[in-house]
Design a protein around this ligand. Structure first.
Ligand code: SF4
Ligand code: SF4
Length: 181
């Protein structure tokens, strides 16, 4: 069997290079055909939406935007172990670990913390594996209806600690609710 006739996928098509007819050379039939297809689509139900002005209805189990948790005392849970980064199939997470100083005990729960923690939202596929891998209950995907906000610059999709760490007021409110129960 010659190399030309072998087709691994079985979908190989032999392209003929035959001469075009007069009508084919006019391209009129092709243009009319294309316009007819466009016209048909004008009256079909639209499958696209005008994001971000329009937002699609999400499932109740939807989990989006990440958050780095604080404990009841407002200290960051993350200990920069790197397990979330290792488990991320999209390699979207990077971080830099630092050792906690004695006067920083009120800021970080563990002796080691992430001085830099970044998620590239252009890579993230919201699979939740980072949350699964975290041994410190530090990162989780929120129920927030908001997806990653649209933007024009790639740099704006690299979310740092300023956009990921849970606001202090939220941590305090959670602690109050926990104490009340
Ligand atoms: S949700 Fe998935 S893809 Fe996104 S940062 Fe976490 S592990 Fe990576
Ligand atoms: S978020 Fe969790 S898994 Fe990721 S570095 Fe921090 S403690 Fe480790």
């Amino acid at each position: 069997m010659s190399i030309e006739t072998i087709s691994l996928s079985g979908r190989k098509k032999v392209v003929s290079n035959k001469e075009m007819t007069f009508w084919e050379r006019l391209y009129l039939v092709a243009i009319v055909k294309g316009l007819w297809i466009t016209l048909q689509h004008l009256f079909k139900r639209k499958v696209t939406i005008h994001y971000p002005e329009q937002v699609r209805e999400r499932s109740v189990v939807y989990r989006g935007q990440h958050m780095l948790k604080r404990d009841e005392q407002g200290r960051e849970n993350c200990t920069a172990c790197g397990l979330c980064a290792l488990s991320c199939p999209a390699e979207a997470i990077t971080m830099k670990a630092e050792e906690r100083k004695p006067d920083e005990k009120h800021l970080y729960r563990e002796e080691k913390y992430a001085s830099i923690y970044e998620i590239n939202m252009l890579r993230c596929i919201f699979c939740g594996l980072c949350e699964e891998a975290c041994p410190k209950d530090a990162i989780y995907l929120t129920i927030s209806k908001e997806l990653v906000p649209s933007n024009y610059d790639r740099e704006d999709f690299i979310f740092g600690k300023d956009r990921l760490v849970m606001p202090l007021e939220m941590a305090m409110k959670n602690a109050q609710l926990k104490n009340a129960n």
